[in-house]
Design a protein around this ligand. Structure first.
Ligand code: FES
Length: 651
């Protein structure tokens, strides 16, 4: 072809185009990812490109500064009003004059890579469900009567090339004033759900609206509600916030909330109202932290366990409390924000990840999305520890999932000196194997308890209790120091050689801290050890059951997910036998993986299809009806385990 050659970087896409072709048009034809909100009117500047000059021997072209057209009036005007960075051109205005190499900077790409956070295993390509489109609408004409809506949709059809665009009903009323206020120009936020779904206008602004628009990713936990607010055109997290789930007043754990609903008429409604109010509080907090307007929150994605899922949607969780643990609905849901009482832009579609099974919720689906066991080369065990442990085992050949009723012991409940992770709580413990003397660290204090200045540093807060990670460490340390035996019994002072062990009813306890004037001593009782043994046996048995299904005795690596997983030490967890034996350096923490999964689904449309497909393929294992679960449970109450070898631990 004698037409000039146009090469785009970084994609490498190329083609010949006649002189005078706008760069945006060339990009569109080649499928190059170049953004545009205003459809080439020189308003949005999303189409910025950088022409390259010089010799490109690899491509056999030499590019002169005449390869693009001169600045036109539109570019001049844009530059005067808002400033165009040096070297940049508007892709919709600059036209091809000769062979040219065009760089598309990351800001101008729609599908850019989102900056990854530490511990995140997968890349996120930005492809949100909501995009802004600016259009000019034909003015009404008495002689050719047609509705404002029809003329708006016509303009949008031309701008997007999509023929089936609809307007969200709530916009019918404001439509006419908005069109007139914008002098027949308008910016529409268009939501595109799954492939093939009807694109829907969910918000409108008069004239050109530059955003930003936001999306909300929420992990609705039984204890805490945590949310991230993301800018949908950059993928950045602009604010994060969390609060206690107000449902706690109806019961600390899920089963007590299910029974509250059973015992109290309308109890499920009360809890639905409470969690929605909490969520709206979170939205208010997070929007004010980001300085964002709630009406600019145009997408929301949720993960949660099955009971929270039902209570949030206003479904009585009764059936989840008994076999066969039937979910009212397990598929992913896309709902009107207003239908679930969400105080954000009224047209917003809220997406809820699919539930895996009656006990394995959308939160586990979020973990599966973020940790991607289905893409793992090696066999990975992913454990999300909460009052219910949700467990995934898998690799490229398949994924199994189950949940296990660990109870709240790992969170410090059912432990005599247990408390939530908060200042004053013991979080780290070491016990000298010879002297059996402990030292510990307290949340909020940067010193070990035997270091100078510790007493002053704890100040008035004092040492108030022991949190989940602390209880695991102290019991594992007691085990390693010979203070507690494999069956979980604390020895007497004579047996252990330390007066910290003392008779306490029919068993013995270990005094971890002597107390001070304001706070009593902190002791670990045999009952505490029992509670942890039960919890860890449940966790381990769930994992073991999945390994049985798979026909393996070991896993290649372990990922600990959840807030709790982020704080416990792999070594101590293994000493207790919470997780199967595995090289310690193969045990990693993923942080709030469920929340990360929600964020991935928020920022990338394809991820929604991916997780829906994966969830259908996951093999679900119901621990409550598996006979081997009991068998594993009995063996697993020993520390680390009565029948399993722990070669890594032994070496
Ligand atoms: Fe909007 Fe070029 S596409 S300024």
């Amino acid at each position: 072809s004698s037409d000039p050659l146009v090469i785009f970087t970084p994609s490498g896409k190329r083609g010949h185009f006649p002189v005078g072709t706008p760069i945006l048009t060339a990009a569109r034809q080649l499928g190059v990812d170049l953004d545009s909100v205003c459809g080439g009117r020189g308003i949005c500047s999303k189409c910025q490109i950088t022409p390259s000059y010089g010799e490109f021997p690899k491509h056999g072209v030499t590019v002169h500064d005449t390869a693009l057209s001169e600045w036109n009036a539109v570019e001049e005007r844009y530059d005067q009003k808002r400033g165009l960075p040096k070297g940049r051109r508007l892709g919709c205005q600059a036209t091809v004059q000769g062979d040219v190499v065009i760089d598309v900077p990351p800001e101008s790409q729609v599908h850019k890579q989102v900056v990854r956070k530490r511990a995140e295993v997968r890349e996120i390509t930005l492809d949100p469900t909501v995009h802004l489109t600016y259009v000019e609408v034909v003015e009404p004409d008495m002689h050719k009567p047609s509705g404002d809506l029809e003329r708006l949709l016509q303009a949008l059809r031309v701008a997007t090339g999509e023929n089936n665009i609809e307007l969200d009903t709530h916009l019918l009323r404001p439509l006419q004033p908005i069109l007139r206020k914008g002098n027949w120009t308008v910016t529409a936020a268009i939501h595109r759900g799954r492939d093939g779904a009807t694109p829907r206008v969910i918000a409108l602004w008069p004239g050109y609206f530059d955003g930003p628009v936001y999306g909300l990713a929420v992990d609705l936990g039984s204890t805490t509600i945590a949310g991230h607010l993301c800018n949908l055109s950059t993928g950045e997290v602009v604010a994060s916030s969390g609060l206690m789930n107000p449902q706690i007043r109806f019961g600390e754990d899920l089963m007590s909330r299910v029974s509250y609903a059973m015992m109290n008429k309308g109890g499920d409604h009360e809890m639905t109202g409470a969690v929605r109010a909490g969520l709206n509080q979170l939205v208010t907090d997070i929007a004010s932290e980001a300085g964002a307007d709630k009406s600019q929150i145009l997408d929301a994605v949720f993960v949660m366990n099955p009971v929270m899922h039902h209570l949030f949607l206003g479904i009585d969780p009764f059936e989840l409390g008994q076999a066969p643990f039937a979910l009212a609905t397990s598929d992913a849901l896309s709902l009107n924000a207003t239908d679930i009482g969400l105080d954000i832009a009224p047209g917003t579609r809220a997406y809820i990840l699919p539930c895996i099974a009656g006990h394995v919720g959308a939160d586990a689906a979020g973990v599966a999305l973020s940790e991607a066991p289905d893409r793992s080369e090696d066999l990975v065990l992913v454990v999300d520890v909460g009052t219910n442990a949700e467990i995934l085992l898998g690799d490229r050949n398949g994924v199994q999932a189950c949940s296990s009723p660990t109870g709240p012991a790992f969170e410090g409940a059912q432990i005599s000196a247990g408390q939530r992770a908060a200042p004053g709580a013991i979080e780290r413990v070491e016990i000298d194997p010879v002297t059996k003397e402990p030292r510990f660290r307290v949340i909020g204090v940067d010193l070990w308890s035997d270091e100078d200045g510790f007493d002053a540093a704890i100040g008035a807060t004092g040492v108030t209790g022991i949190c989940g990670s602390g209880i695991i460490e102290v019991i594992a340390e007691m085990r390693m120091a010979g203070i507690v035996d494999a069956s979980g019994l604390i020895g007497s002072a004579e047996q252990t050689g330390t007066s910290r062990c003392f008779a306490d009813g029919r068993t013995h306890s270990y005094r971890l801290w002597d107390g001070d004037a304001d706070h009593g001593p902190i002791t670990i009782t045999n009952g505490d050890i029992r509670a942890i043994q039960m919890a860890k046996a449940a966790l381990y048995s769930g994992a073991r059951l999945l390994m049985d299904k798979r026909g393996v005795d070991t896993v290649d690596r372990v990922v600990l997910a959840g807030a709790f997983g982020a704080h416990i030490s792999a070594k101590h967890a293994m000493v207790l036998g919470m997780i199967p034996d595995c090289p310690l350096d193969k045990v990693t923490s993923a942080g709030n993986a469920a929340g990360t999964g929600a964020r991935i689904a928020l920022l990338n449309r394809a991820a929604r299809t991916q997780i829906e497909t994966l969830v259908r393929k996951i093999e679900k294992v119901e621990t409550a009806v598996e006979p081997r679960f009991q068998e594993h449970f009995v063996n697993a109450s020993a520390m680390p385990n009565a029948v399993e070898p722990y070669p890594v631990l032994r070496s």
